[in-house]
Design a binder for this molecule. Structure first.
Ligand SMILES: Cc1cc2nc3c(=O)[nH]c(=O)nc-3n(C[C@H](O)[C@H](O)[C@H](O)COP(=O)(O)OP(=O)(O)OC[C@H]3O[C@@H](n4cnc5c(N)ncnc54)[C@H](O)[C@@H]3O)c2cc1C
Length: 488
């Protein structure tokens, strides 16, 4: 007879949805997905800023089990948000989702092998429930990083982070200060530039921005894709294969790295007319040091009369403008913070206590790590999706599916009833983590001196990136997991 195994999934982004679908397909019905937002999709629910779209082509940035009638090569945010909702409906898992429910924390009960989970509704009313398995699907890019510039509180105009875009603010004719030059700013800037009076883009450090080659599909092509699932599969396969061919471009010294660097220089020279702006937009570090950005309209935006690149960090905010690190003040009516996320601060929104009352954040002590990004010694029956060092391959959705499959295997094992707690062997897990770090050193430039990116913890360790392919990750998860587990 199988044992009852209740599963709590925290987060209804594409990770939580993958978990829900895979659990249901495996015949597991006893699960609940808690989501603090009002709807599903995670980053695609939160990020509604103009121009928001995916970087990875949609044929690859979609679930293997749910092909879709994409409107073009790269889906925009509304289409991705709707796709997330459509997956939930298509697989009949809607009844498992609880929106507006924030999981505050979970404590492992050693005697009963359950997690006691504390959940708060929008009114702050708390409930406590119990689950044998806890799944963190809280994402890596959903917790906004807000600056602590002096004077920020006293800014007289509207201020908002890009992931909380305030659509009630009319930007028409306004002087807008946009701070940051990551992927988001590179999408948002060109989308609002034609509307605003003046756009000042504050850049602490330039990135490598490459053209995206995004296009809408014409109705005839869409119809052909709809008629032929095989054609869509082939496109998906071709997209992944093309990505693999240039995977080593992220490592300094490879032929592909030099080739892309050369192409980048050519593209920038062609796109930006003013040589001073062009020079300020040129990174002084190699390609791959930071996350590359794909946005065709970003560089041409600087040819507009109403767009100014401010190649300096913001140091202070005045009631009516911003001061940069040269002491120069520029007026602004609206301040938009494209300052990124607490990417390396894993599970920051969730307090998990494991064996012997140890809190996960204390255990990590500022340097998150996990066995294949999913499990942590001393925290039985806790599975993380998109956990430490799993950001990589090509499409994060593929990583999430691999992790959801591993979750299903763990739940099945517990349901068989011979074991009640599945923990991680620290020695083996550490050796695998060491290997991953070694591969990061060999295959990526992120550790090059002077590289600044969101991949590192405060201790300097790369805690976010997976340096190998999806296939390598799939094989590692499939065949190493049992070696790294200790069941009781
Ligand atoms: C603008 C943007 C563009 C991106 N483009 C790409 C791309 O092109 N290719 C790619 O591979 N990846 C991309 N990503 C990365 C993206 O994060 C992943 O692809 C993927 O969507 C992550 O899904 P997730 O479910 O793991 O996390 P998320 O989408 O971050 O979802 C996490 C969810 O957990 C919820 N949550 C958090 N804490 C709690 C709590 N305590 N209680 C309840 N709910 C909680 C959040 O509200 C959120 O809905 C992009 C990210 C952003 C922000």
């Amino acid at each position: 007879m199988s044992r009852q195994v209740r599963v709590a999934v925290v987060g209804a982004g594409l990770g939580g949805i993958a978990a829900a679908v895979k659990l249901k397909r495996a015949g597991v019905e006893d699960f609940t997905v808690f989501e603090k937002a009002a709807g599903p999709g995670g980053v695609w629910w939160q990020n509604t800023y103009p121009g928001c779209e995916v970087d990875v082509p949609s044929f690859a940035y979609s679930y293997s089990f749910m092909p879709h009638d994409w409107s073009g090569t790269h889906a925009k945010q509304p289409e991705l948000r709707d796709y997330a909702a459509a997956v939930i409906e298509r697989f009949g898992v809607d009844g498992h989702f609880r929106f507006g429910q924030e999981v505050l924390g979970a404590i492992w009960d050693e005697q009963r092998s359950v997690y006691t989970v504390r959940v708060a509704d929008p009114a702050g009313i708390e409930t406590v429930c119990e689950f044998e398995v806890l799944v963190s699907a809280v994402g890596m890019l959903s917790n906004p990083r807000l600056p602590d510039w002096p004077g920020l509180e006293d800014f007289e105009g509207p201020v908002f982070h890009t992931s909380r875009f305030d659509h009630d603010v009319d930007l028409t004719g306004k002087r807008v200060a946009l701070v940051g030059t990551g992927s988001t700013a590179c999408q948002l800037g060109p989308a609002i530039a034609p509307k605003v009076g003046q756009l000042d883009l504050y850049q602490r450090e330039p990135g490598h921005v490459l053209p995206k080659k995004a296009r809408e599909f014409d109705p005839e092509l869409r119809a052909r894709y709809r008629r032929s699932p095989l054609r869509r599969r082939v496109e998906r396969f071709k997209t992944f294969r093309a990505a693999r061919a240039t995977a080593d471009a992220l490592a300094v010294g490879t032929e592909n790295n030099a080739r892309i660097d050369g192409y980048f220089t050519y593209h920038l020279a062609k796109a930006v007319k003013d040589p001073v702006t062009r020079a300020a937009l040129t990174p002084d570090y190699p390609y791959g040091c930071k996350r590359p950005i794909f946005a065709s309209s970003y560089y041409p935006m600087f040819n507009r009369d109403n767009v100014t690149l401010v190649p300096h960090a913001v140091t202070e905010v005045a009631p009516d403008g911003l001061l940069d690190d040269t002491g120069t003040k520029r007026p602004a009516d609206v301040l938009i913070l494209s300052t990124g996320f607490h990417a390396s601060d894993y599970l920051a929104t969730l307090r998990v206590t494991g064996r012997d009352g140890v809190e996960l954040r204390d255990y990590w002590d500022g340097e998150p790590w996990a066995f294949l990004g999913m499990t942590v010694p001393g925290f039985p029956n806790l599975v993380m999706l998109y956990g430490p060092n799993t950001n990589g391959g090509y499409s994060v959705i593929t990583q999430l599916e691999i992790q959801a499959d591993a979750l299903v295997r763990l739940v099945r094992r517990l349901r068989r009833g011979r074991v009640t707690a599945i923990d991680t062997r620290p020695g083996f897990a550490r050796r695998v983590d060491g290997y991953v770090q070694e591969q990061i050193g060999h295959r990526m430039s992120t550790a090059t001196a002077g590289c600044r990116n969101y991949y590192h913890s405060a201790t300097g360790k790369n805690v976010t990136q997976w340096p190998l392919s999806h296939t390598a990750y799939r094989l590692a998860v499939r065949f190493l997991t049992r070696w790294g587990q200790r069941a009781t």
